[in-house]
Design a protein around this ligand. Structure first.
Ligand code: UTP
Length: 408
């Protein structure tokens, strides 16, 4: 893209300030900026004016959940089905590690955070240890795909190399990068993070399969015969990955996906709850939970929206190929965005100063015809590290690890 073309594109979206420092830049800087302008989708920025009305909800109704007692009755059978699929190479795992982890307040990738007390226990290490349990049980390696972003790719890859993949077989680990989206002020004007660079933020957890397709990883998955992908968040240090019983239950139910859920610890807990929305599986986010929904009962007289998702989903690959062509809802989230001030100096704000634009993996569930909500024991499988202290923090995760006999 040349200067005139870039100018036209920016003018169309009211973003001409991006070229403010163009004349000061050397050739390399100019080239980099023009390329970024070419690749950036500025159309999302206008949506921040419609933020409140962007994603209207359909009719919310309760969904049936496979609960612990039912799972226990068929545990052996489901585990056998799941192990067979794993041994046949049909199951892969996708670690979503492209997020910024801003709440944790470390500039490093979240997975390199050390939760150990008397020894090193890195978050990535905890996840690999959990996956190794299944590798040992199935006596086969499970392909692991790690999604990073422009902001943390090199640091993530070098950490895995330095730690020798924590004993995992490196031939089975593939890194791929997600896409970025521009970050803007509250009026939808993009910030600049350098004179030759527009501020960007990873485009959310929902773009993972599209990013896999763009970089050719999805094609490799298809060729390798992987039929199911277990997608999970980096920050749950008790995360069970490629859990054979969960895999078996989802396959047995003939569903296009499975979603691990836990009993919420309060009706207003900040987790999304599984539901039906206009007759299709969906997740109602905590900020959409009205008092009526919190009090609603299902036909058994139990709380209707009692099971929260923990960002651990099993997707059938053939359905993913169909749904990526559809646009997922866009979420506009307040964020602290580093920016150049009037004097051209970089400022790292302490308070949110604008928006990031994201698609979320949970919205993929609504695109599918069926999804099995599968209950797991909260204290055994859900210890998210979002903050340093308090709820969902390093502290609370440590307590849960210790309760599960994990030495820290
Ligand atoms: P969170 O919603 O907790 O976001 O991500 P975050 O960016 O990690 O943390 P904060 O909000 O800035 O503190 C849930 C999961 O989705 C991944 C994260 O790495 C985490 O595993 N994620 C999130 C991505 O892979 N890419 C994204 O763009 C956003």
């Amino acid at each position: 893209m040349n200067y005139q073309e870039a100018y036209k594109k920016l003018e169309k979206y009211g973003q001409l300030h991006v070229l403010k420092y163009y004349d000061e830049l050397d050739n390399e800087g100019r080239e980099a900026l023009l390329t970024q302008i070419e690749q950036t989708d500025f159309s999302v920025l206008a949506l921040c004016r419609e933020k409140e009305t962007l994603n209207p909800r359909g009719k919310i109704e309760p969904i049936g959940v496979m609960q612990l007692a039912e799972i226990d009755e068929k545990r052996e059978e489901y585990t056998r089905i799941g192990l067979n699929a794993i041994r046949a190479g049909k199951v892969g795992a996708v670690l979503l590690a492209g997020g910024m982890g801003t709440r944790l307040g470390s500039d490093a990738p979240k997975g390199v955070y050390n939760i150990g007390l008397t020894k090193d226990v890195f978050i990535f290490q905890r996840l690999i240890e959990n996956l190794m349990d299944v590798v040992r049980e199935a006596e086969t390696w499970i392909p692991l795909y790690v999604m990073t972003s422009d902001k943390n790719h090199d640091a993530t890859v070098s950490f895995f190399e330095e730690k020798k993949y924590f004993g995992y077989n490196a031939d089975y680990v593939t890194f791929f990068m997600q896409d970025m989206a521009p970050a803007s002020d509250y009026e939808g004007k993009v910030y600049m993070e350098a004179k030759d660079k527009i501020s960007t933020s990873p485009n959310g957890s929902g773009g993972w399969f599209l990013s896999m397709m763009k970089c050719g990883v999805a094609e490799k998955i298809r060729q390798a015969g992987v039929e199911w992908l277990n997608v999970f968040a980096v920050d749950n240090v008790l995360q069970r990955i490629a859990d054979p019983c969960f895999v078996g239950a989802t396959i047995d139910s003939n569903s296009a996906a499975g979603a691990k859920v836990v009993a919420k610890n309060a009706p207003d807990e900040k987790v999304g709850a599984m539901c039906l929305e206009d007759g299709r599986p969906s997740i109602v986010e905590y900020y959409d939970m009205t008092p009526e929904l919190m009090e609603a009962k299902n036909d058994k007289g139990d709380p209707a929206y009692h099971f929260g998702v923990i960002l651990n989903y099993l997707f059938r690959v053939r359905d993913l190929v169909d749904i990526v062509a559809r646009e997922l809802p866009l979420h506009i989230v307040e964020k602290k965005i580093p920016y150049l001030n009037e004097q051209g100096e970089l400022v790292k704000p302490k308070e949110p100063n604008g928006y990031k634009f994201e698609q979320l993996v949970l919205d993929m569930i609504h695109e599918l015809d069926s999804c099995l909500p599968y209950e797991v024991v909260r204290e055994r499988e859900f210890a998210p590290v979002k903050n340093k202290t308090g709820i969902d923090s390093v502290e609370s995760a440590r307590v849960l690890c210790q309760k599960n006999g994990i030495e820290l």
